[in-house]
Design a protein around this ligand. Structure first.
Ligand code: HEM
Length: 472
């Protein structure tokens, strides 16, 4: 009898425990946000092979269609959350930016230099931003116009022999020169050449596998990076010796003093930031320029309209005898819309990377600490809810304003591109000279996209350029 009673008591206790446990599980599952929808793919490799077997644009777009504005995946060894809506992207880049830090592979950080501003978050980043911004302000860049015009004309002259050139590579030469100008102001040709030579080696290995064995591209890049560091230290030292106090970006980096602790930047920190700007400025702008040349080449009516807009300015300047003014570069409405539409269509920065610094809940979904978070700019720019017929190139859509936070080719928030005005200015100037004084023909125009890693037209847009007699 006693043992039956004990058994009954024991089973009542177990039932009670079970009920409490079930209630707790239910309460927890109600309270704890779930991970976003989506597949994490195969163990270890996740969905990496799928990503590489197709165009990244298609990879992200199909998943967004299936799962909505926020979804999870696992690529390149990392669990990731992808974001495709204006609200979610704004949340990560602007309103809750402190919860998401930029993240890059260590191998890339090594090539650029760990103190480059875009690797950082918080105090150091804020101080560097404050230092950078005046160097790219309207007041400063208006003084660069005559030199950018000279660089543009020289770049176009050099390719105008009628031979087929890789447009992207040629545009890279142009954007490199402009980046050097915006960092150093005037720089001796010998320094410029040696910087260019070594930066090109660094650039070649940037997207290769980070294998540190003799002869491999990555190893060559690391060595070129070392040489670049030395050259930059020499330039800095020479300025110090000559007591040159320039107001350009290099001068500002050299004069920076932290108000809180009185510390100056080390030469290595300065070099990392200089190389960071070269990196941020060159391929992005060259890729966009290449797309613009393709888009206007493929639409003869649009090209004619751009030519007419630019011809009026050219004539007002005595057929190019006088240089462009900032007021003129600010009054090229059609060319400006062509740039905006190209920024949308090409979305050269298709997405960016952040990492959650803590567990974050967004719209009922959990973004776990340490997960990568990718705002998908291209998906936003190609979303038919925000841009009707998104795959049609139509600059007139920019005659009216866009819905808030649906167009962010230069990013948003604390890391938004500080060089966007420089980029637009150099593009306007190059187009002005190109359509007034030169002609070009795309050879084997195809609609493919190559990722290099930025999207560029098929094979970098092979084209022929030649000088045109005025009014032709
Ligand atoms: C068409 C050309 C360009 C495009 C589309 C572009 C786009 C962007 C985007 C989207 C970001 C933000 C990345 C992120 O949030 O992770 C960025 C950052 C940056 N860009 Fe640009 N950029 C262009 C040209 C330039 C130029 C010409 C310069 C310099 C002269 C420049 C300097 C920078 C720097 C230094 C950053 C890092 C800012 C920070 O982390 O605080 N960019 N750019």
């Amino acid at each position: 009898m006693e043992s039956i009673l004990l058994l009954l008591l024991y089973s009542a206790f177990c039932t009670l425990l079970l009920v409490i446990l079930l209630k707790k599980i239910r309460r927890d599952s109600l309270q704890k946000p779930n991970l976003p929808p989506g597949s994490m793919g195969l163990p270890y490799v996740g969905e990496t092979l799928l990503l590489y077997s197709q165009n990244p644009v298609t990879f992200f777009a199909t998943r967004q269609k299936r799962h909505g504005e926020i979804f999870k995946t696992h690529i390149l060894g990392c669990p990731c959350v992808m974001l495709g809506s204006p609200e979610a992207i704004r949340y990560v880049l602007v309103t809750q930016a402190h919860l998401f830090k930029p993240t890059y592979p260590k191998s890339k950080e090594k090539l650029i230099g760990p103190s480059a501003l875009f690797f950082h978050h918080g105090d150091y980043h804020a101080k560097m931003r404050k230092l950078f911004q005046p160097s790219f302000s309207q007041n400063v860049i208006r003084n660069l116009i005559p030199q950018i015009e000279a660089i543009a004309t020289s770049a176009l002259d050099s390719i105008s022999g009628g031979k087929v050139v890789n447009t992207f590579y040629e545009m890279k030469k142009f954007t490199f020169e402009v980046a050097v100008l915006s960092i150093f102001g005037h720089l001796d040709t010998s320094y410029k050449e040696i910087l260019k030579k070594n930066y090109n080696v660094l650039d070649k290995g940037y997207n290769s596998f980070s294998i540190r064995l003799p002869g491999f591209s990555y190893t060559k890049s690391v060595m070129a990076r070392r040489r670049l560091g030395k050259i930059l230290c020499e330039i800095i030292e020479e300025r110090r010796e000559k007591r040159v106090d320039e107001k350009d970006l290099l001068g500002r980096l050299m004069n920076f003093k932290d108000h809180e602790n009185g510390q100056l930047l080390t030469d290595d920190q300065i070099a990392d930031n200089v190389i960071g700007v070269l990196f941020a400025a060159q391929d992005t702008t060259a890729s966009l320029l290449t797309w613009i040349l393709k888009y206007i080449h493929d639409d003869s009516k649009l090209l004619q309209a751009v030519k007419e807009e630019q011809k009026t300015i050219f004539e007002a300047n005595d057929e190019g005898e006088r240089g462009l003014t900032r007021a003129q570069t600010r009054n090229m409405p059609l060319t400006d819309r062509v740039i905006m539409e190209s920024l949308r269509m090409a979305s050269v920065i298709s997405f960016t990377f952040r990492e959650a610094v803590d567990d974050v809940e967004y719209n009922g979904f959990l973004i776990p600490k340490g997960w990568k978070v990718l705002p998908l700019f291209r998906n936003l720019h190609h979303n038919p809810d925000f841009f009707t017929d998104p795959l049609v190139f139509d600059p007139s859509r920019f005659e009216v304003g866009q819905k808030p936070n649906t167009f962010m080719p230069f990013g948003n928030g604390v890391h938004a591109c500080p060089g966007n005005e420089v980029a637009k200015l150099e593009i306007l100037i190059l187009i002005h000279h190109l359509v007034n004084k030169y002609r070009w023909e795309v050879v084997e125009s195809r609609n493919g996209v190559q990722c290099n890693p930025y999207p560029i037209p098929w094979r970098g847009l092979p084209a022929k350029f030649w000088k045109a007699p005025y009014n032709n």
